[in-house]
Each structure stands twice: as structure tokens, then as C-alpha cells.
Unconditional design. Structure first.
Length: 420
């Protein structure tokens, strides 16, 4: 009786399913071990996976330090030579970003200094400046700024605006005192100016851009390394009749794709902690979020980036083509992330393209958590988008795996036929 039942139990759908699950996980473990071995024995991949995340943020942050520009030289053209004009110059020179380089007689001399690179701004005070202030009439002074570096231009504009508000407040108070009781209502400042910087407390360029750059470094370095491994595999396929001898035979496609992905994700646990936590601490960048929140937030981005890199393997034919296909996208992804131009101002085409990039959502959410002390719950939209991209690129990476294998097999067969 039992011998008749045993074959039925062994061949039952439930047992077949269990055997498939065991084989799937066994294949995943073998693919993981094989990929780990390939990563550790490939110097080019180790450069992308370890050296690039280690050195790039340090180099970028050192380049952007000091974060703000100070004591930028300007020339003064004072046509008025009154106490009011001298006070305006003193107030301007008191700003940390402005240093009075020289007084010049006319605009031609000032332009000559700017052409030689000795100054970056020109303050011109008209001849009736003090007279109009004394008559309680509107007056103006003109400031010209060189815009070759926007960091300087922003510093000048902020300083001039502060000087303007300060002088207006003092002139208003002085006029009120001369009017006596009738002007007592004018003694207060109509509009006050008080700045509270959220996120970027230093108002520095590194504090502004680096929290987003480190996320893009995570994505791009991983994608570059994955594509280099894919290009090496394509080269092995062409040499061996369309078959990569280092692949695990009989492994389901999903297990092979997931095994690689888990290997790459494990490789990036330490770099992610280094980039997202220790780099801001080392260089005094904005760092207010909970580490648990931003590490949990970035996890789906690592998975999506791993699948994204395997999807891009379709366009990589050898190791060298990795740089042609992938390297130039770093600048594009930087713009799409919204760091240099707000995403809401982009056209639908570019915004849609940015939505398909895991790092774009990673930048948006990480900055809110890290710089503005947000929580994971408050950033559910980018977090769920990255999980959606994980599923999407998992499907595309499986399709690419099959298509590439078939194409390399056909190419190898046609090569053998032509040689024979």
C-alpha cells in the first residue's frame, strides 16, 4: 500500500513546488557567492564599489570649502562725497562678503579693474545722493556685479539687500525724530527683515549640494560597477559560443537576477552608511535626521539601482562601453534630481524621465530627512516610488537577461558558421 502512495506524494504539486523553492534558493545562494567572488577579484569593479564612494565625496566637499565667499573686492565711484555717501560705503564694507578695494573717479577706471580681475563689483553713488536724502526724496545707488560665478553674485546681492534695509530703517527713524510727536508713528520699521535658514544653516554651497550628491554617488557608482561586470560577462559569452562559463547552470532567471542584486546591495551597506552618515558628520554638513529613517529610506533605492544597472547591461557590449553608456548620465541625473533646477519648473518630458531614475527620488527624500529633520513616514511618496521602480526594473532586468543571452548565442553561432 505505502509503495503505491509514495510516488504520488513525491510527484504531487505540493512537493514539486517545494522542490522548486529549494532549488530557487539554492541557485540564489550560488549566484550570490559567484557574484561576490567576481566583485572581489575585479579591480575595476572594486574601484567603482569602494574607491569611488570613498574618495568622491571627500574631493567634492573639499572643493566646495569654504562654503561661502567673503571679502570680495569692489570699487567705489563716489560722485557725491557727502556724509550720507560715506556712510553707505562704510555699511557696505561692514558686510562679510564685501571688501572696498579702491575708490576710482569714473566708470572707465572701474571697468578696467574688473577686466583685470582685481575686483568683482562696482558701487556707483550719484552726485545728488545726500541731497535727496536730506530733502526726503527717493534716491538710489547703483551696484554692478560680475556674474561669472553665481556664488559671488548671490553673496553680493544678499549683502546689498541687507545694507539697503538697514539704511532705510535708520533714515526712517531719523525722519521720524525730526518730525517730533507728529512723526512718532513712523519710528518703527514698516517691514522687518529676519532670516531663519532651514536645512542649509550655513547657506553654503557644499551644505546645499552635497546631501544630494552623495545619493547620486551611491547610484552611479553601483550602476557603473554592475555594467562593467555585465560587459565582462558579454565578452566571455562571445568567446564561449554565447555561454558564460561562470554562470550558475540551471539557475532560474529570477534567482540569478536576485542573487546579483543581493550581492550588490550587501556590498553597498558600508558605503551607504559612510556616505549618508559619516560624510555629513566629518565635514559639518546639515545632518538632523534619524539614521534609522534615512537608511530604511535608501534601501529600496539600492535595490532599484541594482536592477537598473542590470537593465542597462543591454546597452553594454564590453567593459569599455560602460563609460560611454553610463558615465555621461551623471550630469543628466544631477539636473533631473532638482539640485540645480527645480523639478516643478521642468517640462513634462524631463520630469517624467526623472521619475524613472531611482536616485532622483532618493535625493528628494534624503534631503528632507537629513537636512530638514523629516521622517520616513513624511516621505512616503518618494519611498513608494522607489519600491515601484524596484519592481519595474526587476522585470526589465529579467527580460534583458534573456534577450542578451539569446542574442549572444545567435552571434556566436553566426561567427562559427562564417569561419567554417
Amino acid at each position: 500500500m505505502f509503495p503505491d502512495v509514495f510516488p504520488f506524494i513525491v510527484n504531487s504539486p505540493g512537493m514539486k513546488f517545494m522542490n522548486y523553492i529549494k532549488r530557487w534558493f539554492s541557485s540564489l545562494a550560488r549566484v550570490f557567492a559567484r557574484e561576490w567572488h567576481l566583485v572581489l577579484h575585479d579591480q575595476g569593479v572594486l574601484i567603482f564599489f569602494i574607491l569611488l564612494p570613498l574618495m568622491y565625496p571627500v574631493a567634492y566637499t573639499l572643493i566646495y570649502n569654504p562654503e561661502v565667499v567673503t571679502d570680495m573686492p569692489i570699487a567705489v565711484i563716489d560722485h557725491d562725497h557727502t556724509a550720507a555717501s560715506r556712510k553707505l560705503v562704510r555699511d557696505a564694507s561692514a558686510a562679510p562678503t564685501i571688501a572696498i578695494y579702491d575708490y576710482v573717479p569714473d566708470m572707465a577706471a572701474a571697468r578696467d579693474l574688473m577686466a583685470r580681475g582685481e575686483i568683482f563689483g562696482i558701487l556707483e553713488i550719484p552726485s545728488d545722493f545726500g541731497k535727496k536724502i536730506g530733502r526726503m526724496e527717493p534716491t538710489h545707488a547703483t551696484f554692478y556685479a560680475q556674474t561669472s560665478l553665481l556664488l559671488r553674485y548671490r553673496g553680493f546681492m544678499g549683502a546689498i539687500a541687507d545694507v539697503q534695509i538697514k539704511d532705510i530703517s535708520e533714515i526712517t527713524a531719523s525722519r521720524a525724530s525730526t518730525l517730533g510727536a507728529a512723526g512718532s508713528a513712523l519710528s518703527g520699521v514698516p517691514i522687518g527683515n529676519e532670516a531663519h535658514m532651514l536645512g542649509d544653516v550655513e547657506q553654503g554651497f557644499a551644505s546645499f549640494v552635497m546631501p544630494g550628491i552623495v545619493v547620486l554617488i551611491l547610484q552611479q557608482s553601483m550602476v557603473l560597477g554592475i555594467c562593467m561586470l555585465g560587459g565582462t560577462s558579454r565578452e566571455r559569452r562571445r568567446r564561449n559560443g554565447g555561454i558564460d562559463p561562470l554562470n550558475i547552470p540551471g539557475a532560474p532567471v529570477s534567482a540569478a537576477v536576485w542573487g546579483r542584486t543581493l550581492c550588490y546591495t550587501v556590498c553597498y551597506i558600508v558605503p551607504a552608511l559612510y556616505l549618508l552618515h559619516f560624510i555629513p558628520v566629518m565635514f559639518g554638513l546639515p545632518h538632523f535626521g534619524n539614521p534609522v529613517d534615512y537608511l530604511l529610506f535608501i534601501f529600496p533605492m539600492l535595490l532599484a539601482s541594482a536592477f537598473f544597472g542590470q537593465t542597462l547591461n543591454y546597452f553594454v557590449t564590453d567593459r569599455e562601453s560602460t563609460f560611454i553608456v553610463i558615465a555621461f548620465t551623471s550630469v543628466i541625473f544631477l539636473f533631473l534630481s532638482g539640485l540645480t533646477w527645480p523639478r516643478y519648473a521642468m517640462s513634462g518630458l524631463w520630469k517624467g524621465l526623472g521619475d524613472a531614475i531611482p536616485g532622483v527620488w532618493g535625493v528628494a527624500g534624503f534631503i528632507r530627512i537629513n537636512s530638514n529633520d523629516g521622517t520616513l513616514f513624511e516621505n512616503m511618496t518618494p519611498w513608494l516610488w522607489m519600491w515601484g521602480l524596484t519592481i519595474f526594473y526587476f522585470i526589465t532586468s529579467m527580460i534583458v537577461f534573456r534577450v542578451v543571452a539569446r542574442r549572444e548565442t545567435r552571434l556566436s553561432r553566426s561567427t562559427v558558421t562564417s569561419q567554417s
